[in-house]
Design a protein. Sequence first.
Length: 115
Amino acid sequence: QVQLVESGGGLVQPGGSLRLSCAASGSISSLYDMGWYRQAPGQQRELVAAINSGGTTNLADSVKGRFTISRDNAKNTVYLQMNSLKPEDTAVYYCSYQTIGATYWGQGTQVTVSS
């Protein structure tokens, strides 16, 4: 089993920054991909950023230049640094851990960008 616990969400003004963290525990391997998804009200869940075991990253076009994903394999933790936040970034952000046979999800953390 795999458990993912996100933290770092909250309310921030437009142009501000937040750093999300996701701590993984259980049957974890650094060989698998981790990522961040988000879901706004009435919208489908979408990929925000992903990182593989080698550190190669993939970011959605809407966040390129503003968000950075990183991981610390020694701590089984993945981070999402979010800068220059916009109101349209408002959503519940979910951490994911992708194995060959399954995708595991955290419980989500709310990010609200509003003045």
